[in-house]
Design a protein around this ligand. Structure first.
Ligand SMILES: Nc1ncnc2c1ncn2[C@@H]1O[C@H](COP(=O)(O)OP(=O)(O)OP(=O)(O)O)[C@@H](O)[C@H]1O
Ligand SMILES: N[C@@H](CCO)C(=O)O
Length: 313
């Protein structure tokens, strides 16, 4: 369960006094998630999610909260951070940084059909266009610089074959990132973690995307690749399902066409996205940062995805 910091109703009530959001009618801890403490909080004026940030640095949070607010103001369905009477969206509760965001309706779709993938593609292209004029500049903190720092610490835990794979791929991605074509790719703040468990649907209609806490400035192509690598694959093998792949990509392209360079670099971006999550899952598995990290996601999955992407690049 993901209530690392228990809250009682009285302390939430006194904290809620700083907002113009009415009084509490319900407070429920949320069991899922591995990063933060989350509660569903209903008041006489609406339904919200209260998050206590367990590991993120307070100085990173204005970027995420500002991005969510920017997107919500552009009509993109995302949680909107609530300001208190002083206009602040970043708060403190129990000595931890905290935020109160609007609660999205709907349920996740963990076995997506093409109709769901198409809506994810549509949402993603709209989000990219809306993020263009967001002023925040924080880079993707799990980008190539982080991978370059982290992979040497992971190498001792890997087989010789895995060491070769991860090191060769890191070198390949470093070369790609140094190319003029890569430097010219369109970019902005992106979600960077658009997996099945971060999207909600009401029926078959996408009702919102949450968990912006890996967002950062990166290429739109990378963000697209992260989504394709999760929404459009057979989870057992890592192979793409061509129908779901086309559904997501075509819906994205219907909103925003991609340049020739983006089409050409998509196979490399799919590899980069696989490397990013293989690396973070290996780091969570072998270098756990603290005792409360729950069961880490399976790293082997992204090793398989990376091998698939290299084979078909
Ligand atoms: N704004 C929101 N609206 C509706 N439900 C939400 C919202 N934010 C979070 N949730 C629910 O809370 C659960 C936990 O949130 P989340 O997945 O962001 O956890 P986390 O620990 O912050 O991050 P991680 O996914 O990295 O483990 C989600 O699965 C979702 O059901
Ligand atoms: N989506 C990431 C977890 C971070 O939210 C993963 O599946 O490894």
């Amino acid at each position: 369960m993901a209530v690392f910091t228990p809250l009682d109703a009285a302390e939430v009530d006194s904290w809620l006094d700083r907002f113009d959001l009415g009084t509490r009618t319900d407070l429920q801890g949320i069991a899922s998630g591995i990063e933060n403490t989350n509660y569903f909080l209903s008041t006489t004026q609406g339904r919200f999610v209260l998050t206590l940030f367990e590991r993120l640095q307070a100085e990173q949070l204005p970027f995420y909260l500002g991005l969510m607010h920017h997107l919500a103001a552009h009509g993109i369905p995302v949680p909107d951070p609530m300001p208190d009477r002083q206009g602040q969206t970043l708060h403190t509760l129990k000595g931890k940084p905290a935020a109160l965001v609007t609660r999205l309706q709907g349920r996740s779709q963990l076995q997506p059909e093409p109709v769901h993938c198409a809506q994810v593609g549509h949402w993603l292209a709209r989000m990219h266009l809306a993020a263009r004029d967001y002023a925040g500049t924080q880079p993707n903190l799990r980008g190539l610089a982080w991978q370059t720092r982290t992979i040497p610490d992971i190498l001792p835990y890997l087989t010789a074959d895995q060491r070769t794979l991860i090191s060769t791929e890191l070198a390949h991605q470093t070369e790609v990132a140094a190319s003029p074509a890569y430097a010219a790719l369109p970019r902005s703040a992106v979600h960077a973690d658009l997996f099945r468990d971060n999207v909600l649907f009401e029926g078959d209609t996408l009702s919102g995307v949450f968990d912006f806490y890996f967002a950062g400035v990166d290429t739109w192509l990378f963000d697209l690749a992260v989504a394709l690598n999760d929404w459009c694959i057979h989870l057992q093998t890592g192979e793409f399902d061509a129908v779901r792949f086309d559904a997501l990509l075509n819906a994205y392209l219907a909103v925003r066409s991609m340049s020739d360079a983006e089409h050409r670099l998509l196979p490399d971006a799919l590899r980069a996205a696989a490397l990013r999550f293989w690396t973070s899952r290996l780091a969570d598995y072998h270098l756990p940062r603290d005792a409360h990290l729950l069961t880490p996601h399976d790293p082997i999955h992204f090793e398989r995805v990376l091998r698939q992407r290299i084979a078909s690049a």
